[in-house]
Design a protein. Structure first.
Length: 493
């Protein structure tokens, strides 16, 4: 096992990895940018080093060499799916805790991964096999597929560079916006085109492989509840797949066929879209640890970061596919400094007060503390609140209890929004798709009676007034959200 590992990330995932390293008696080295000098992951790590940027490969490798790190854990985002970084680590004699640079290259290109999936007899969403070279090429491809279509970044995911196009007249502006966003996010402006699958569910399969050709899957996660194509609530198992055990086996085997084709090792996630009839289509591969990995951990009883470290150190996976069991139900809410009522606009600022939930079945992966300033420069994710229970409805109730106990003062958060979602009748019935959040906002407005609208306005005004300049409390708005959700649930039954 390693003696020293550098964590090339920030926020809650850096905290998560630092804690895993401590559990394995491995010295942790944090890196930090100027705005993160007082961040939680820096405070918890054994050693720390300033870098210009979390994307600066030379700076991170220099920090690793300076502190004698034998390996680098990239977390997610930043350089975690950068084949050049994985190769640079290898050239420097430092272990990259993830798949090989070759696997990242072969699976990191969305178009190349689609071609590979088809070769492995994995169904794919109808779409182009190459990026759109120019506007006329895009028009031709879109006409062949038929509108509506999706423009997607060839070099990355997370909703960056993604645009839905419902008619040819929208294509030119969508191409301009998508390529510009893709260039900023991935340093590649290439986009490809897929046919839109209406009301799809986003379901992903967790895979793991070692250096000895042993590949397994750890089941699925439902990630359909998204805002701006980014997940905000995840579950394990999926309500759809839990009702169809054969589907889990089929999706798991499809994911493993893709992984075997590139000699995959360490952790990864193969993502699919699924329709209501149980058909599924390959979407992409994320060659890293996922934000939502805790729900898989709670249901399988495995520590995925420990598993990553052991595989990277040359150990074999100590169990077989038939040994994997799924027990109970886990649900994760991504707690962000953002305002759902203002199109989820980020809300940087100082955390003045913090009360965190606890208790049976509750896990909180957090990267913040009272007095810390949430920076504008990075993703607004503050923490991941996870609830486990024997069944889905109990997990929902447990999550609601935890959300009620959770209080963050000083920045806007999506805590009250989650209370509304979890009280929604459609969510409780497991009727999910990737447009759930947009449809939820529409239903929330439609479901209100005029008198209720006035009550809501009055309640929110009272909450805003009591908050004054320092936003002293979010409880009034949260109570209003709960009242609204419960009232709407009654009307929708």
């Amino acid at each position: 096992m390693f003696r020293k590992v550098l964590v090339a990330n920030r926020g809650e995932i850096a905290v998560r990895v630092v804690r895993a390293l401590r559990e394995l008696d491995i010295t942790s080295i944090a890196v930090f940018s100027d705005v993160d000098r007082a961040a939680q992951h820096v405070r918890l790590a054994d050693e720390a080093e300033r870098v210009e940027s979390y994307l600066n490969i030379d700076g991170i490798l220099e920090a690793a060499r300076k502190h004698g790190a034998e390996a680098v854990h990239p977390g997610y985002g930043f350089l975690s799916e950068n084949a050049g970084f994985a190769a640079a680590c290898e050239a420097a004699g430092i272990v990259f805790i993830g798949p090989s640079a070759d696997s990242i290259r072969r699976l990191g290109s969305k178009t190349a991964a689609r071609i590979l999936a088809k070769q492995m007899n994995v169904p794919v969403v109808p779409g182009s096999e190459e990026p759109a070279a120019h506007l006329e090429h895009a028009r031709e491809l879109a006409r062949q597929l038929g509108y509506p279509v999706l423009l997607k970044a060839a070099a990355g995911g997370g909703g960056k560079g993604m645009r839905r196009v419902d008619a040819e007249g929208e294509l030119e502006a969508a191409i301009r916006d998508a390529t510009s966003e893709a260039e900023r996010a991935f340093h590649s402006s290439e986009v490809y085109i897929e046919k839109v699958i209406e009301q799809p569910r986003h379901i992903e399969i967790q895979i793991a492989g070692d250096f000895y050709g042993h590949l397994i899957h750890l089941g699925e996660r439902e990630c359909s509840v998204q805002r701006r194509h980014q997940k905000i609530i995840e579950e394990c198992p999926s309500p759809l797949v839990a009702a169809n055990p054969e589907m889990r086996a089929e999706m798991g085997e499809a994911a493993l066929r893709i992984a075997r084709a590139v000699g995959y090792h360490n952790l990864g996630t193969v993502e699919f879209l699924a329709d209501g009839e149980g058909n599924f289509y390959f979407l992409e591969v994320n060659t890293r640890l996922q934000v939502e990995h805790p729900v898989t951990e709670l249901v399988t009883g495995l520590d995925l970061v420990h598993l990553q470290l052991r595989i990277a150190a040359g150990e074999a996976i100590p169990f077989a596919q038939e040994d994997v069991e799924w027990r109970g139900w886990a649900m994760e809410c991504r707690v962000c400094a953002e305002d759902p009522e203002q199109h989820f606009f980020p809300s940087p600022g100082k955390i003045e007060q913090l009360r965190e939930p606890a208790g049976s079945g509750i896990r909180l992966d957090s990267g913040v503390y009272p007095g810390w300033t949430v920076p504008l420069e990075y993703d607004p994710l503050l923490a991941k609140l996870v609830a486990w229970a024997p069944d889905r409805m109990t997990a929902i109730r447990r999550m609601l209890r935890a959300l009620d106990e959770y209080s963050i003062v000083g920045v806007e958060t999506n805590l009250a929004f989650f209370i509304e979602i979890l009280n929604d009748a459609q969510f409780r019935e497991g009727r999910l798709d990737t447009r759930f959040v947009a449809d939820f906002f529409s239903r929330r407005v439609v479901a209100l009676e005029p008198s209720q609208e006035m009550e809501l306005v009055a309640a929110l005004a009272a909450a805003a007034h009591s908050g004054n300049e320092k936003r002293e409390t979010r409880n009034e708005k949260r109570e209003t959200s709960r009242w609204l959700s419960e009232g709407r649930s009654e009307m929708l039954r």
